[in-house]
Design a protein around this ligand. Structure first.
Ligand SMILES: C=C1C[C@]23C[C@@]1(O)CC[C@H]2[C@@]12CCC[C@@](C)(C(=O)O1)[C@H]2[C@@H]3C(=O)O
Ligand SMILES: O=C(O)CCC(=O)C(=O)O
Ligand SMILES: [Fe+2]
Length: 370
């Protein structure tokens, strides 16, 4: 019997002492030292001298599959328009995020994520790898939001729950469509992936919704919203409000900002699709910066395989000149590995040494744990 996805952290609890460390961001006039990161110069900011930006793909374009494949290979990320998600649902999920984060800290802490749990309110899981704190707060939802929503709003949680459930349903449909665009452009079809099911609907796929809040920050150049990481997913669908902050790392260029486009969604490749594609698609390193005057909100839909499935390089993508680069692993097992090794998790499941170097970040400000 495969365990539940939410059991992933049972052996890797994260002890960020949320009660001691949690800050009422709105009451702070000056950046506390515990939030002041060393100069962030490990990669240059590509923004000032690069005309390059993450591709924007209209999903109704007859060439969409080819464009998606090219974006996945070269960037590991892209934005989509005409994706079929109503603007009103995006407004509603933004409303849900705002309602939650504008609650008093003590109220939010009633739904705090437990050290070995997956869902609830708290600091980013990856906080434990850094000596400095991130200027953000998050709320993770896996499946039904009811239990935590009741703790936050004992008598008034039904609209929040309805919106989140509708969002999960619509995102699941979009994620399935994106999976086939991404896989199709590698020459993979339904017959090549047993766990996709006869209709290719990826029945039993697991997902988490992550609401991220980045309050306005008195010293944004020294603060970090969410430190550089790759997602452990197959793919992630990100909605960002009108305040920019998301950056992706482009080899040879540096950090490139992904500008918010009204109604568009950002898609990025996660570690498990990198494994499935036998290294063809890079899982992109990304981070979130903060703003001096504007509050930023983002909602990530983190999409992965069913619990029982071992992800390994697709056999169609393996031959004598392309040996399998990774050993099989379930999502839950991989989340445990990530909780232990963070940005070294992918190399820890790798079978062959990379040919020409591999971005393996262990930046300044990070600490070794485990
Ligand atoms: C399913 C998951 C992926 C995630 C950890 C989580 O259990 C739920 C939140 C996800 C998130 C969002 C912010 C960045 C990230 C690295 C983190 O700390 O929590 C990702 C995790 C991931 O993709 O590894
Ligand atoms: O807020 C953002 O733009 C990035 C969020 C993110 O990377 C995540 O939730 O995994
Ligand atoms: Fe992410």
């Amino acid at each position: 019997m495969p365990g539940r996805l939410s059991d992933a952290y049972r052996n890797h609890p994260v002890h960020v002492h949320v009660h001691d460390k949690h800050l009422d961001f709105n009451s702070v006039q000056e950046l506390p030292d515990s939030y002041a990161w060393a100069p962030l110069d490990e990669y240059p900011s590509g923004d000032s001298f690069s005309a390059e930006s993450v591709p924007v793909i209209d999903l109704t374009d007859p060439n969409a599959m080819k464009l998606v494949g090219h974006a996945c290979k070269t960037w590991g990320a892209f934005q989509v328009t005409n994706h079929g998600i109503d603007t009103s649902l995006l407004d509603d999920i933004e409303w849900a995020g705002r309602s939650l984060f504008s609650l008093p800290v003590q109220q939010k802490l009633k739904a705090a994520r437990s050290p070995d749990g997956m869902s609830g309110y708290g600091l980013a899981r990856i906080s434990s790898f850094f000596s400095k704190l991130m200027w953000s707060e998050g709320f993770t939802i896996v499946g039904s939001p009811l239990e935590h929503a009741r703790q936050l709003w004992p008598n008034d949680h039904s609209k929040f729950c309805d919106v989140v459930e509708e969002y999960e349903k619509e995102m699941k449909t979009l994620a399935t469509r994106l999976m086939w665009l991404m896989l199709g452009s590698l020459g993979i079809s339904k017959e090549d992936i047993k766990w996709a099911g006869p209709k290719g609907e990826f029945k039993g796929a697991c997902a988490a919704v992550q609401l991220n809040s980045y309050p306005a920050c008195p010293d944004p150049d020294r603060a970090m919203g969410l430190a550089a990481h790759t997602d452990s997913t197959l793919l992630t669908i990100l909605y960002q409000n009108s305040t920019s902050g998301l950056q992706v790392l482009r080899e040879g260029t540096g950090w490139v900002t992904v500008p918010p486009i009204p109604g568009a969604l950002v898609i990025n490749i996660g570690d498990l699709l990198h494994i499935l594609s036998n290294g063809s698609y890079p899982s992109v390193l990304h981070r979130a910066m903060v703003n001096r005057t504007k509050h930023r909100l983002s909602i990530a839909y983190l999409y992965g395989p069913p619990n029982s499935v071992h992800i390994s390089p697709l056999s169609k993508l393996v031959d004598p000149s392309h040996p399998p680069l990774y050993r099989p692993i379930t999502w839950s097992e991989y989340l445990g590995t990530k909780a232990k090794h963070f940005n070294k998790a992918l190399s820890s499941v790798r079978l062959c040494a990379p040919l020409n170097g591999f971005i393996d970040t262990n930046d300044n400000n990070s600490v070794e744990v485990g």
